[in-house]
Design a binder for this molecule. Structure first.
Ligand code: AHG
Ligand code: MN
Ligand code: MN
Length: 336
């Protein structure tokens, strides 16, 4: 039988590369893994967990309708990570402001941002969803964590990843030394290393975008997609394939597995609502950019490396263009 490395063993071995590590980070990651296993178990119940299905009758701070599973996943994530003394605070898509660790628990040195359930429009139709997370160090000298403490550029992340609740449950993460993917063995409850050192091929003929927004896009994105559609007869000289799952986790996971370009670009419809893109910088774009870059891909707003954007607010949005290096570079060329 193949002997596979468990995620816990992998993290502890990673910790040995950091001689001053205290184990706090390992503890935090273990709690994140627990949260994701619980969310995985809940999402896999589908219609059997009647109390978890449907809309919650509320909206998040961004005016989006919350599903019951969005709220439950958020609660599971908090419950699983707040108590162990590794965190100073957290921020999530489903909370208006940050959540400092309650005073009955010891305060740790890390901050975490997360999208507890990404792709929640797919819940009711039994299509893949996921959880995205990003870990940073809390600024020193702050007592109670405030929103401003989270406004750090993505380049300062110490770890980021996602858990995909698909046909199998997979945890994919980076601590800045490549990207590794672990599959949940449901018989033992362990995540086992199945996808070591994942790499996004530099070239691709697959793109991923919500094409119904075509008329609202900027000219650079319209030009690129129009050229893809012309296929071998057009200037790109090859035929393209298109995929859009509408769960960022699932669409980005495909990039990690076989390459491609994923885009949620700036568009006039979003601009009219005062939004600078659709996806959120701190718990969608930054963590996914860290993963994509560590897998040899590129991640840009079209004009700037996503991980260099200075966040100005917790729920800030950014345009996203990420994936296979040569293809992203071409699109950036069209922007400039
Ligand atoms: P969330 O469910 O966390 O709000 O995120 C949904 C996001 C992302 O996962 C996906 O890529 C995109 O929204 C889908 O947008 P469209 O519905 O416009 O296709
Ligand atoms: Mn999301
Ligand atoms: Mn979400």
């Amino acid at each position: 039988m193949v002997q596979r490395t468990s995620l816990l063993k992998f993290i502890i071995e990673e910790q040995r590369h950091h001689p001053h590590a205290t184990g706090e980070f390992t503890g935090l990651l273990t709690d994140v893994v627990t949260a994701c296993k619980k969310i995985s178990s809940l999402t896999s119940c589908g219609g059997l967990a009647e109390q978890a299905m449907g809309t919650a009758g509320s909206e998040n701070v961004q005016g989006e309708t919350q599903k019951k599973l969005d709220i439950l996943s958020n609660e599971i994530f908090i419950e699983s990570t707040e108590w162990s003394g590794n965190l100073a605070g957290m921020a999530s898509e489903e909370m208006d402001d940050c959540y400092p660790v309650p005073s009955q628990y010891p305060r740790g040195k890390y901050l975490i941002t997360f999208d507890p359930l990404d792709g929640s429009s797919n819940i009711d139709i039994n299509v893949s969803v996921g959880t995205i997370f990003s870990i940073m160090v809390a600024p020193e000298g702050t007592d109670t964590v405030v929103n401003e403490d989270f406004l750090q550029p993505g380049a300062r992340q110490v770890c980021a990843g996602y858990c995909l609740y698909g046909t199998s449950t997979m945890m994919v993460l980076t601590t800045g030394r490549g990207v590794n993917g672990f599959t949940l063995d449901r018989s033992t409850g362990d995540f086992l290393l199945t996808h070591p050192m994942m790499e996004i091929p530099a070239d691709t003929n697959e793109y991923s975008i919500n094409q119904s927004n075509h008329r609202h896009w900027e000219p650079a994105v319209q030009r690129y997609i129009d050229e893809c559609l012309q296929g071998a007869d057009g200037p790109l000289g090859k035929n393209y394939n298109m995929r859009w799952i509408a769960s960022m986790v699932a669409d980005v996971h495909r990039l990690l597995c076989r390459g491609g370009v994923f885009m949620y670009p700036m568009d006039a419809k979003l601009q009219a609502k005062g939004q600078n893109g659709k996806l959120r910088l701190l718990y969608e774009a930054n963590p996914m950019s860290f993963v994509v870059e560590q897998a040899q891909g590129l991640a840009s707003t079209g004009r700037q490396r996503i991980m260099e954007v200075q966040p100005e607010e917790l729920h800030q949005r950014v345009p996203v263009i990420m994936g296979s290096r040569n293809e992203v570079e071409r699109i950036l060329g069209y922007h400039s």
